[in-house]
Write a protein that binds this ligand. Structure first.
Ligand SMILES: Cc1cc2nc3c(=O)[nH]c(=O)nc-3n(C[C@H](O)[C@H](O)[C@H](O)COP(=O)(O)OP(=O)(O)OC[C@H]3O[C@@H](n4cnc5c(N)ncnc54)[C@H](O)[C@@H]3O)c2cc1C
Length: 370
């Protein structure tokens, strides 16, 4: 008999949601290499509750975003996670953007997202400073406290008996007769235990963890690229300038530098998308990029001046598609077919992973129970 039923690797929002979902009635260990939960991508993002219009119809990103959006609002209301259902405008500024706006509207409807195509005059009535000639209005987009969500999920997981191991880096995963031998490196040294099942929610390192378990990550298409997204903050005197999130039409790699309103009313612009040539964590946002950010942001909000922008945070997306490559979906896979029963790998959990986290956890539960 294995010592525990389930080991969840990674205490970001996805690992926490999975632990909260699976812990009831099981011995579950949540392993995190940092000193606290939620110190990586889950706390370095736009904190937007996405509606689900961007992703190919039927993809996991589309389905789990739409389901995750609904579940998030229900959960947040029940558990008092701070959020604002402020809604979002995706705007066309030039005539030649209209076909793409219409195509995005149609895709959103196909994905089951409540959306409205509105005129420039209606968009400007909602946001007088944004020079929109037409827009998509998304009433179910919002913003949340990612830490609020993670804290609530962690509480739920603890209530069901989850054991949390912090400052514990998973360095080995070996298949044994009755499950997995999990090796941890901790400040006190190395230790190991057996677990019937392992759920890999290691975010940026999910491919490294899959490789530890014996997956050939290149052959499986699991190699992750790190794609940095930086933000610039707008001077506090402009807080309140926008009442809704305002996005341009999306680019190929990211949703485009957009206006994010924090729950505190603070305005930020970002994130851009820069693939890192090497997988070395780089969260630096240099002052030297101010003009570039101001240029992209002033397209949406011309009243701002370059001096209004100052460097803010950056986050790293674990992307399965490399630079210039086609769309890749989330991977959520039980690995029996590779001869690795009991292992569930989650890879490429970039945006909308925060929004989708509760729906992802449900998907994982289905695989664990199968
Ligand atoms: C710039 C940016 C903007 C984004 N904006 C949004 C948004 O507005 N809305 C949205 O829905 N999504 C957004 N996302 C995506 C969202 O942030 C992620 O999908 C989500 O946070 C992923 O959570 P996670 O738990 O998978 O990963 P993480 O938060 O990275 O958690 C993984 C955890 O695993 C731990 N770990 C790794 N290796 C090991 C190991 N060997 N042993 C033990 N622990 C390990 C790490 O320390 C980490 O804590 C954005 C992402 C970025 C980068």
């Amino acid at each position: 008999m294995a010592e525990v039923d389930v080991t969840v690797i990674g205490a970001g929002v996805v690992g926490l949601a999975v632990a909260a979902r699976l812990a009831e009635g099981r011995d579950l260990v949540l392993v995190e290499r940092r000193e606290r939960h939620g110190q990586e991508t889950s706390s370095r993002n736009s904190e937007v509750v996405h509606a689900g219009m961007y992703y190919p119809t039927g993809s996991l990103k589309a389905v789990l975003c739409v389901a995750g959006n609904r579940r998030f609002y229900e959960y947040a209301e029940a558990r008092r996670v701070p959020f604002s259902r402020c809604g979002k405008l995706i705007v066309a500024i030039e005539e030649d953007e209209l076909p793409a706006l219409h195509a995005l509207h149609q895709r959103g409807l196909d994905n089951g997202v409540p959306l409205h195509l509105i005129s420039g005059a209606d968009a400007r009535a909602m946001e007088p400073e944004v020079p929109a000639i037409a827009a998509i209005w998304s009433p179910t987009t919002g913003v949340m406290s990612a830490h609020g969500l993670m804290d609530a999920l962690r509480e739920d997981a603890f209530r069901s008996g989850t054991i949390e191991r912090l400052r514990a880096n998973v360095t080995g995963l070996a298949r044994e007769a009755d499950g997995w031998r999990v090796t941890l490196q901790t400040p006190a040294g190395a230790e190991s235990f057996t677990s019937a099942r392992v759920v890999n929610c290691a975010g940026l390192e999910a491919d490294t963890v899959a490789a530890l378990a014996g997956v050939d990550v290149d052959a499986a298409g699991y190699r992750q690229h790190w794609c940095k997204g930086s933000y610039f903050a707008v001077a506090p005197r402009h807080a309140g300038l926008l009442r809704h999130l305002v996005y341009p039409l999306p680019g190929h790699v990211s949703l485009g530098t957009h206006a994010v309103i924090g729950l505190d009313g603070r305005l930020r612009f970002g994130p851009d998308a820069q693939y890192l040539p090497q997988r070395v964590p780089d969260y630096d946002v240099p002052e030297s990029r101010r003009a570039e950010f101001a240029h992209a942001s002033r397209r949406l909000l011309p009243v701002l001046e370059e001096a209004d922008f100052s460097p803010d945070l950056a986050g790293l997306r674990p992307k399965l598609q490399g630079p210039g490559e086609a769309f890749r979906d989330f991977v959520i896979a039980e690995e029996s077919a590779r001869g690795l029963p009991g292992l569930v790998n989650l890879l490429g959990i970039d945006s909308p992973g925060l929004t989708a986290s509760l729906a992802i956890a449900r998907e994982v539960e289905g695989l664990v129970n199968a």
